[in-house]
Design a protein around this ligand. Structure first.
Ligand code: PEP
Ligand code: MG
Length: 333
């Protein structure tokens, strides 16, 4: 990765012609919060909550999760913090959850699929902690995102569960945010609600998902795996697991357009977002937010400032017309 010596910029950055792009951090454990602040991240675009569940004998209770979420909000008092609900299954195993042993774990019960079936109890606890955290001082900066969405029905189910958890907290007299899920059928809730787009199914349905949510965030690590049918962990197919392949770029383009048509903002939180050499292309594709390992935040902010939106859009159009990865790479040179 180039530009790792770029100076830290704590303010938001805009392109040379004035389009603001949020450059946020991916955070996998609490110890990564301070370094993300130090690198000038505009909040957290992906707070992976798996750390709360791994390497222990039992799941964290509601209070422990509440503390972890409010700690992230406290680290970024003026910026959005996107907390992703539990994304286990696939390659991430948790012994005490008795996850099914599956012949194709990446095509099995992972992410929101588990949250809506075998582990609905864990999901409910997590939603309670999130709605409580959203009601704290500064909690309106909290956003909640669900992983591995493949169907509109899953999002509808999630919204129903959010409502039901809010009703439970209300009955119990516990302070919580009350999402307004009825307004024109669109979430626009506190906390903001979003979905990761990391399956081709979600790409195809992005407008419908966006119409029910506040935002979408493209997870290119998994999206590349599923578009290219190439295991993200298998070195034997690492040449295929590359987001610069034209079908992946076209899937990203369609997602951004459809997401905007559906009224949502669209970000990206896969590894691709943190490559400063791809910043002009990603701005040209219309992404509103890029979230990455904190270490690349300064370099990406530096690149954003040099981008001219119109030139970037022309670059994106030329790249989208390419039929091979080699042609894409040649254009990006
Ligand atoms: C992704 O799939 O791109 C993503 C950001 O999620 P994870 O890497 O945690 O699966
Ligand atoms: Mg993923």
């Amino acid at each position: 990765v180039s530009g790792l010596d770029a100076p830290v910029v704590t303010d938001r950055v805009s392109t040379a012609d004035g389009r603001e792009i949020e450059v946020a951090a991916n955070v996998g454990r609490p110890a990564e919060l301070d370094p993300a602040v130090a690198r000038g991240a505009d909040g957290v675009g992906l707070f992976r909550t798996e750390f709360l569940f791994l390497d222990r004998a039992a799941p964290p209770d509601e209070d422990e999760q509440f503390e972890a979420i409010t700690a992230a909000l406290d680290a970024f008092p003026d910026e959005r913090v996107v907390v992703r609900t539990l994304d286990v299954g696939g390659d991430k195993q948790v012994p005490y959850l008795d996850l099914p042993s599956e012949p194709n774990p990446f095509l099995g019960r992972r992410g929101v699929r588990l949250s809506l079936s075998a582990h609905a109890d864990l999901f409910e606890t997590q939603l309670r902690a999130l709605l409580r955290a959203a009601a704290t001082d500064g909690g309106d900066a909290l956003a909640v995102m669900v992983p591995m969405v493949a169907r509109v029905e899953e999002v509808e189910d999630v919204l129903e569960r959010v409502e039901s958890v809010a009703a439970d907290l209300e009955r119990e007299g516990v302070a919580h945010a009350t999402p307004d899920l009825e307004r024109e059928g669109v979430a626009h809730a506190t906390p903001d609600l979003g979905a990761m787009v990391e399956t081709p199914a979600a790409t195809e349905m992005a407008e419908a998902l966006a119409g029910r949510l506040d935002f979408l965030s493209i997870g290119t690590n998994d999206l590349t795996q599923y578009v290219m049918a190439a295991d993200r962990e298998n070195d034997g197919v690492s040449d295929l697991h590359d987001p610069l392949h034209p079908p992946v770029l076209r899937a990203i383009d369609r997602t951004v357009r459809a997401g905007h048509d559906g009224g949502a903002w669209v970000g990206m939180c896969g590894e691709m977002a943190g490559d400063p050499d791809l910043t002009p292309l990603l701005v040209g594709l219309g992404l509103d937010e890029l979230s990455m390992s904190a270490v690349t935040v300064p370099a990406v902010k530096q690149r954003v400032r040099d981008v001219d939106t119109e030139t970037a859009r022309e670059l994106a159009e030329a790249v989208l017309a390419c039929e091979t990865r080699a042609d894409v790479a040649a254009l990006l040179e």
